[in-house]
Write a protein that binds this ligand. Structure first.
Ligand SMILES: CC(C)(COP(=O)(O)OP(=O)(O)OC[C@H]1O[C@@H](n2cnc3c(N)ncnc32)[C@H](O)[C@@H]1OP(=O)(O)O)[C@@H](O)C(=O)NCCC(=O)NCCS
Length: 247
């Protein structure tokens, strides 16, 4: 899919009706997008989880090449992805999502890893478009992998049915070869296939019993990093729909 070719997308309106929305633009975010991003945050996250306008603006200003949004022609935000550079040491030392997500300038100089601060969406195709948009820039920038701290919304129910189990064993549980948890399964489908660590008290999320699963996705084709630095960005854009799919 090309970012210049509008794509028909379907999503839910605030009133619950299914509306047809067209993703007209996928691009890096600017502070002028904050109002529509706040609306998206409020429709996807609980009140105590949604980022404020100030927090969103700070992320955009600190990491202008690591915040991406998909919008309708009217400027309605359909999906957003915020990332930041992180070192493996920082990730290991971080107890909570807030530690991982903290906006720091200057960012650590010597890392090829990113942390996905948040992904918010009201339309699955818009998320696909965002990842597809980002891969050429990721290769050009020399990024190798993205870490995420995912909720595990099935944990609470599973622990009730399996009181002898542990959050860590649930996080690693598989069904038909895929993660048992629906959100870990979702991320597995997006290429986040390494399940690394279960962090208790990671963020307020009742269904996850406040646990977060630290997972990792490798940037497709990142192993060829030295080569990609030489290839013009316009070529990488042309190649992306065939080569840069994670799945
Ligand atoms: C997670 C999220 C970004 C996925 O958005 P999306 O790509 O538009 O995909 P959908 O919401 O349509 O979900 C796709 C599938 O994953 C499943 N899934 C994803 N997150 C899930 C969750 N928390 N609980 C249960 N199922 C989930 C959905 O059930 C759906 O399955 P289906 O295709 O069988 O219906 C979006 O649901 C969202 O913004 N959630 C709130 C914020 C959040 O949890 N962000 C990620 C944490 S960093």
């Amino acid at each position: 899919m090309s970012i210049t070719d509008p794509v028909r997308l379907s999503g839910s309106s605030a009133g619950g009706e299914v509306a047809s929305m067209e993703c007209a633009q996928v691009r890096f975010l600017s502070v002028t997008d904050v109002e529509s991003l706040v609306t998206l945050e409020e429709s996807t996250w609980d009140e105590d989880q949604a980022a404020s306008a100030g927090e969103l603006a700070a992320r955009i200003q600190a990491y202008p090449q690591l915040g991406i949004g998909a919008f309708t022609a009217d400027g309605v935000a359909l999906a957003s992805l915020f990332m930041k550079p992180i070192t493996v040491e920082e990730l290991r030392a971080a107890a909570t999502w807030s530690d991982c997500a903290e906006v720091r300038t200057p960012a650590p100089a010597r890392t090829r890893s990113l942390f996905g601060i948040s992904l918010s969406s009201i339309d699955a195709d818009a998320v696909t478009a965002i990842f597809e948009f980002f891969w050429p820039y990721a290769l050009k920038g020399g990024w190798r992998d993205i870490y995420l701290g995912s909720p595990m919304p099935g944990l609470r129910g599973w622990m009730k049915a399996n009181p002898e189990g542990s959050p860590d064993s649930y996080m690693r549980e598989k069904r038909h070869g895929l993660p048992r948890d629906p959100q870990l399964r979702y991320y597995h489908g997006k290429g986040f296939r390494e399940i690394l660590e279960c962090k208790p008290g990671y963020f307020p999320h009742p269904a996850s019993l406040d646990h977060g699963a630290v997972i990792r996705g490798r940037i497709p084709l990142a192993a060829g990093a030295p080569l990609w630095r030489l290839v013009p960005l316009s070529w990488l854009h042309l190649m992306r729909s065939t080569l840069f799919r994670l799945v």
